[in-house]
Design a protein around this ligand. Structure first.
Ligand SMILES: Nc1ncnc2c1ncn2[C@@H]1O[C@H](COP(=O)(O)OP(=O)(O)OP(=O)(O)O)[C@@H](O)[C@H]1O
Ligand SMILES: [Mg+2]
Length: 267
């Protein structure tokens, strides 16, 4: 059974999940080989007001980002041990908070200035990351997957260690994008050229619209985000089993879990 961690932006307690390990180790050794390509990515600017409005707090160095920093540390410990680099953030249904967790985790990882993290929005039917970060209406990740644009032209680099790519609008060909060899090729190229320590991918809801099996062959592991207020136990069970058949399940995040309302339980 996967272990779990509950996340609430207003509380500070944490339970379960994998143990905390040394936070000062690097996500792989820093690679200088592709530094020029990384540096050449168009710089994006963090709009702090927009981030706060959208509940993106992982970039903070204060106590508000504690949950995500702890989650980052635990993920880091596990993926380093296993030599994994591609992590999908998944959830059973809409609105559980996977985009929020993906963004906050990416921000938290970006505080490790000597490693590279790439965040990709693979929810082509309802992309949100570009909008939530105020990235504007530039060329989209879907065009990169269709080999119409290079990743270097569509991604934005925030600071020295985070690059983000997504679509501003729903893509017409979303099923083609996920079903085909294109996703595999694109991820392989991005990994080869930019050599990130971690690629985080946001995904469509597992039990709606799309089969997560289109994505799992291309990633190393997954983190299941559930809405502690509304996700049914049978949905968690179904998704956890389904995921475990397809990839490595790092754990479960109980999102929107208010201390007073929801008892912690290992799922
Ligand atoms: N821990 C939290 N506390 C309060 N609100 C949250 C929390 N996490 C996410 N939200 C809010 O819940 C809504 C849904 O979150 P989010 O978009 O991240 O979910 P999602 O799983 O990506 O949904 P979708 O499947 O539609 O893409 C957003 O308005 C977000 O700001
Ligand atoms: Mg989302």
């Amino acid at each position: 059974m996967a272990q779990s961690l509950r996340i609430n932006h207003d509380i500070s307690s944490l339970d379960g999940y994998v143990s905390i390990q040394n936070d000062h180790r690097h996500l792989r050794e820093p690679v200088t080989l592709r530094q020029d390509r990384w540096d050449a990515l168009a710089p994006g600017e963090l709009n702090m007001n927009l981030l706060a409005q959208n509940r993106i707090i992982g970039q903070s160095r204060g106590p508000e980002s504690l949950h995500f920093d702890v989650l980052r540390t635990r993920i880091f410990a596990e993926i380093s041990k296993q030599n994994w680099t591609k992590l999908a953030i998944v959830s059973p249904t809409h609105g559980c908070g996977k985009t929020n967790v993906a963004l906050n985790l990416a921000m938290s990882f970006s505080k490790q200035s000597d490693s590279r993290t790439i965040l990709l929005d693979l929810d082509f039917q309802a992309p949100a990351i570009s909008r939530l970060m105020g990235m504007g209406n530039g060329p989209a990740l879907s065009s990169c997957l269709l080999a119409q644009e290079e990743f270097g032209h569509i991604a934005k680099r925030f600071g020295t260690s985070l690059a983000v790519a997504g679509d501003e609008h729903p893509a017409d060909l979303q099923s083609d994008l996920l079903c085909s060899q294109k996703l595999s090729d694109a991820l392989a190229t991005i990994e080869h050229v930019y050599q990130p320590g971690l690629m985080l991918v946001d995904t469509p809801p597992m039990l709606q619209f799309h089969d997560i099996a289109d994505i799992t062959p291309h990633i190393d592991c997954a983190l299941l985000v559930i809405d502690a207020q509304s996700t049914a136990a049978r949905e968690v069970d179904l998704c956890e089993r389904d995921l475990a058949r397809q990839t490595n399940v790092l754990g479960i995040v109980l999102n929107k879990c208010h201390e007073s309302e929801c008892e912690y339980q290992v799922l």
